[in-house]
Each structure stands twice: as C-alpha cells, then as structure tokens.
Design a protein around this ligand. Sequence first.
Ligand code: ASP
Length: 318
Amino acid sequence: MGFNEQHLLGIEPLAPAAISEILDLSEQYVDQNLRENKSSDKLAGLTQINMFFENSTRTQASFELAGKRLGADVMNMSMQASSIKKGETLIDTALTLNAMHPDLLVVRHPHSGAVDLLAQKVNCSVLNAGDGRHEHPTQALLDALTIRRAKGRLHRLSIAICGDVAHSRVARSNILLLGKMENRVKLIGPPTLIPSDFAEFGCEIYDDMDAGLGDVDVVMMLRLQRERMDGGFIPSEREYYHRYGLDGRKLKNAKADAIVMHPGPMNRGVEIDGDIADDINRSVIQDQVEMGVAVRMAAMDLLARNRRAKDQNEGLRL
Ligand code: ASP
C-alpha cells in the first residue's frame, strides 16, 4: 500500500510504505532541483492556492517554488489582508476559494484541527502546512529525507528531539513518522515542556541533555515557541540555554558522526549555539531546507495523480 490519500493532513494515517513512496519520489526531485532547468510540467494547468493564516518563511516559499517548478499556477493569498480580518469564517473563505476551482490548497492555521475541517468542505486536495501544535507533515517528511540521505537508512536509528516538545507540531509529526519507521526516539527537555503522555508513543523521556544525548545518531533541536506559551514554562532564556541549549560540550555525548537538525526559525544562543548550527560537518540545517522543496514537489505530484485516478474511477462508475 503506497500513498493513495486525497489529502496530506498529517503523518498519523500514513503507512510506512506510503512514507517511503513519497521519499523515493522526492529523490527524483532533489536531482531535478540541481539541474539548470528545474521546471517540469507535472502540475501544468493545475491551480495551487497557498493560504497561510500564520507567519511562515521557509514553508510558504518552499511550497510556492515547488508548485512553480512543477508548472502549476500558484497564488499566495495574503490572509492578513483577506476578509478573515472582516470577520469571515475559515469555512466561508474556503468555500469562496473552492468556487474558483483550485486543485491544491496549502493551508497553515494557528488552530489544531482547522486544516482537517477545511478539507471536509472543499473538493480539491488539501495539504497541511502546519496546524496549531498538531501536525506539520511535510516538515517531518523533509526531516526524514534528510536523515535517510545522511545516515543511509531511516530505521533503527537513535534520534533525540530536544526542547519545546509540548508546543511543537514538528515534534509530533516527527515522533509519529520516526516511530512508524522503527527508530528509537528520545525526547529531552524540562518536564514543563514535555507532556508525559508522549511516553505512549513509545518515546523515552529525559530531562537531562547529557544523559539523553548518549550515543544518538541524530540531534533534532526545536524552537522555544513563545507564541504558544501562556505563562512561565522556563525560568529564563539564559538558564534554558545553560541546561538545554545545544553546544559543543553537550553534543560530545552523541555519536561522533551524529547530525544536528533544526526546523527553523532558529533562536541562536537560546536552543542552539550559532557555531554548531553553522558547522558544516555536523549541521544539516541547510539540507533540510533543500529537501523541503523536493518533498513538497513529490507530495503535490502524488496528490494530483491520486486525484486523477479517483476522477477516472468515478467516471467509469457513472
Ligand atoms: N517552522 C516550524 C513550524 O512552523 C517550526 C517553528 O516554527 O518553530 O512549526
């Protein structure tokens, strides 16, 4: 069973074979993106609308580039300026856009579950570009591709996810994906930022960086998500950096060839030391950005194929 979904709303419903199919196709797009001529016509004639109700730098740019390189007509809705500000609901906005017959809707929203809800109201494919603290599936897929390329495999690795797990959709999607692919996942952070129910996902939980980082292959750092905190989760940024910020000394606990990841945007000197982030022998942070475009191309290509197959089947049944 490969990837035969109509939407990409989260990692949760995906089987390992579906994840592998997306990653395998992404490899082709990594190559295409290195050519002088980066364009192809896989999505020619299709319309992609990007609706970002929350700020984004990497993800929005990456989806836009991905659609353009596949030949789609791409429109970025400026949600700051849209009728949402005048009180229109998410669903009304979605229905209005739906009437313009888009083929792909890429949506980021501050509320968990909002993108799923929207997918039920429209008749095109919806891609979740991050909903609240719930899921960010293309981020987990691009992280998986980065890990697979750096380590030569995506199973039986020991992976530490460190920092503000509680507020992170990136952590949630990665925990789901890495667990499905049979990796050992360790969550490291202060107890205030690691919900204890994450143990149910089969993760090990540590509140000490030195202990948690012992012998890991991958160190994934998370941003301290102040915008989702409504109180004091940490004593101070200085204290947080001292205990949980990734620096050269703490990194020594990991395997000598361990890679360092961060989804961005980074707070240098808060969750990660700037020199580690820039160390080309350890950090794969720029590779993550590069893989992001390829993964999004693969996901949109597959969704368009699935939609065509569905339309054909329904045509046959009529
Ligand atoms: N860019 C990622 C997200 O949208 C991570 C972050 O914001 O910290 O979730």
